[in-house]
Design a binder for this molecule. Sequence first.
Ligand SMILES: [Mn+2]
Length: 342
Amino acid sequence: MSKRKAVLNLEPPAALLKALKKGRSFAIVGHVKPDADTLGASLSMASLIRRLGSGRRIVLANANPVPPHLRFLSDSGKVIAPASREQLRGLDCAIYLECAHPDRAGGIAVASDFRLTINVDHHATGRGFADVNWVEPKASSNSEQVYLLFRKFKFTPTLKEAAWIYAGIVSDTGRFQYSLTSPLTHRAAAELLELGVPHTKIAERLFTIKSIEHLRLLSRSLESLTFHEGGRVAVQRLTRQDFLELDSQAGHTEDIVNYGLAPESVEVSLFFKEEPLRGPGVISVSLRSRGAIDVAAIAKEFGGGGHRNAAGCEIRNLDLPQAQAELLGRVSAVFGQRSFSN
Ligand SMILES: [Mn+2]
């Protein structure tokens, strides 16, 4: 008999359903530097709340602007981005979407400003910091969690809602390839396709179309590629100087780290970026791994977080070579522990 994978059944907690039904006004905030999942989940969550009762105030907000390549998402212009703390004052309830800590929202939603806080997250490093928490590390994406809420309330998504949710799922699963892609994820995607989601258009927007600026940054970053630990670790970087020379403001650099995983020998890929718009001394690090190496645990040691195979952190008060040495040191230590325990 063939072995079937246990059916994944992710249940939103009753307290969450109640809070969404009863609340009178909501701030919906995603994490800084919003991606397709955070935006897809924010927009569809707002729509869900609207369906649960009219006359309620809902403010969608993010600390950073919606990046140009995600502005194709319907109503993304309705997200106040960049928003300030003042713009969310007077709202009863804050819903944090995929924020391991309220600070991940970039300081725009301070928990004490609200009567009730809700935290919906799918990261293993997520924590129950809010009054109502649904942290589900088995969910492929935050948008999949919102899809489950639609299902729980027996709402059929409209085409617009379906497209938001689909964009979040397909982007956070890396087109259904990452480890958290489950039978449930595919069933959700199948239902969204049945509803008519323009999946080729969404895929083209998310994965194919890149700006010339992005290609130049990618090219520059690939030139910096070095390998360590006998080819098991790939390191890339973009410096402040690179951004200056390429006349790039912030640049969309999200997927550059994935190229480091291309050689078969590589188990960990690191990408260091001297943040061009964040003042000196802020280095953001993206980490990817294949197999058992838990890069979320490494990122967590530096105040970041994420998933086993995809994580990120920010390093301050170190220059780029120091930051690189620190991170590489931690990765080497993890390799050392593994060979010791084998
Ligand atoms: Mn996500």
